[in-house]
Design a protein around this ligand. Structure first.
Ligand code: LFR
Length: 472
């Protein structure tokens, strides 16, 4: 009997429920439900609308019923680092504050007064991003310590939804590594670190790995929806799921391209050498205890914000066309500068950067878009050099996965600047990775190797060769 799994994949701008199943050895996907996601301002904070998102998950499941689909399992993935805290009555003590909220400004430096940066890196292997959970929790500790005292449960966003579905509390491994509070070697919560920071250890739950069957739906949900199903943990960190779906795994650098661009390689051990620290690479936990050695690049967030600042007047495709037309314009910004994390106005911020660095100032939408795409490509190129330096070898291919791999101009630009073959696809990498983890738990797929063979056969991957004259 064919098994059907639902991937709930929620990103910064939208969420989807996608049904996946195997048919004649190929993986099939069908989108069931799509909804909007955005950061809203609530009082002084930038927050996610967690309860609204959960309602949308239920709406999607109701649609399954209407369509006569009876899924066997569901798995949830979202972005990383964010969380909610529950009190002793299991009620949320906090909003699901977004990592783009400025509450973490200056917190990294305060944490370094308690534990030196190098030690933190050696123990966790995690990159320094001012929004990591560790700095979010430290900000709560500094500003509203009573909340941490009352907290009985720390649940990351997918953990929270899983709890609402099943009533079971667990922290999923791939996502919790992004907190910078998990030891990279023992793969457990780092209690010494939590003690040093004075963060209540009791609120953290047992860490469970992808492919764990968490349970079935709560009774009240079964009555509301009219059916039950298994709740399975995929890699609940979206990037963890996306990397599972990289078909070109050998000697390949991947770029998971969406709101963020995550560039790196899959690895079997954490690399915490000085160079990796200096270049700010991370060793996030992957499926089967593999490591995702990668770095965050600001990604398509830059162009999403540019588009929003033009009042959504142009589509993404139009911005790409305009950028092509502005081919003679050249200005490059450091996309990884924190000033681009949540500026008042992205276009203005880019212009200011160009003024400050004595470069031509982009004026038209085409020039602004060209500047963003060129800057992203340059930043990918730098990261590729850094990876090759750390691994002391050349990687032949780059595999761009995720929604951003549909941007043909950027793919070609990446091939040209890196002088490597670029493979683009699958577009739905995150949902695919989520579904194959569930199908492995359901014994439909044996292991990750078989999963990748299936992915390779099932989805289109486009190849780009370097063409432009190389000037550097
Ligand atoms: C991508 C992602 C990145 C993480 C960032 C913030 O969606 O999950 O991997 O660093 O969002 O959580």
């Amino acid at each position: 009997m064919t098994k059907y799994s639902i991937a709930v994949d929620i990103g910064a701008s939208s969420g989807r429920l996608i049904l996946g199943w195997l048919e004649n050895g190929l993986l099939k996907l069908e989108e069931i439900h799509r909804f909007e996601n955005k950061i809203i301002q609530k009082g002084d904070s930038y927050c996610w609308e967690a309860d609204k998102l959960f309602q949308e998950i239920k709406n999607g499941l109701k649609k399954c019923k209407e369509l006569g689909i009876k899924p066997d399992s569901i798995g949830i993935d979202t972005w990383a680092v964010d969380f909610v805290l529950l009190d002793e009555k299991d009620q949320p003590l906090t909003d699901a504050v977004s990592y783009r909220d400025p509450r973490t400004d200056g917190m990294m430096e305060q944490v370094f007064e308690k534990i030196i940066k190098e030690r933190l890196y050696l123990e966790t292997g995690i990159q320094f991003q001012k929004f990591n959970t560790i700095y979010q929790l430290y900000s709560i500790k500094q500003n509203t310590p009573e909340i941490l005292d009352q907290a009985k449960s720390f649940l990351m966003i997918p953990d929270y939804f899983n709890y609402l579905l099943t009533g079971k509390k667990a922290n999923e491994y791939t996502n919790v590594t992004s907190t910078q509070l998990v030891n990279a070697f023992t793969k457990k919560w780092d209690h010494d670190l939590l003690d040093l920071l004075g963060i209540n250890k009791e609120m953290f739950h047992e860490i469970k790995t992808p492919k764990t069957v968490l349970g079935t739906l709560k009774e009240e949900l079964v009555s509301e929806l009219g059916f039950d199903l298994q709740v399975i943990l995929p890699a609940t960190h979206d990037t963890g799921s996306a990397v599972i779906a990289v078909p070109e795994e050998n000697e390949t650098i991947y770029i998971s391209s969406g709101t963020w661009s995550l560039i790196g390689v899959e690895n079997y051990f954490p690399i915490c050498v000085t160079k990796a620290l200096d270049y700010n690479f991370t060793n996030e936990g992957g499926i089967d205890y593999q490591y995702r050695f990668l770095k965050n690049i600001m990604g398509l967030w830059m162009i999403q914000e540019v588009r929003r600042n033009y009042n959504n007047e142009y589509s993404f495709a139009e911005l790409v066309d305009f950028a092509r037309e502005a081919r003679d314009f050249k200005a490059v910004v450091n996309v990884n500068d924190d000033r681009f994390l949540k500026p008042e106005n992205m276009i203005q911020e880019i212009m200011n950067y160009c003024v400050e660095t004595g470069q031509p100032i982009p004026g038209t939408p085409g020039e602004v878009a060209k500047c963003v795409y060129d800057s992203l490509a340059v930043s990918y190129q730098d990261a590729v050099h850094e990876i090759e330096e750390i691994f002391e070898k050349r990687f032949e291919k780059i595999n761009v996965i995720g929604g951003g791999c549909q941007n043909e101009m950027l793919n070609q630009l990446v091939a040209d600047v890196t002088k490597k073959e670029v493979y683009a696809g699958p577009v739905e990498a995150t949902a695919i990775g989520n579904i194959v983890a569930q199908l492995m738990a359901l014994d439909e797929i044996n292991d990750i190797k078989e999963a990748r063979t299936i992915v390779k056969k099932s989805f289109e991957v486009k190849k780009y060769l370097p063409t432009a004259p190389i000037t550097n």
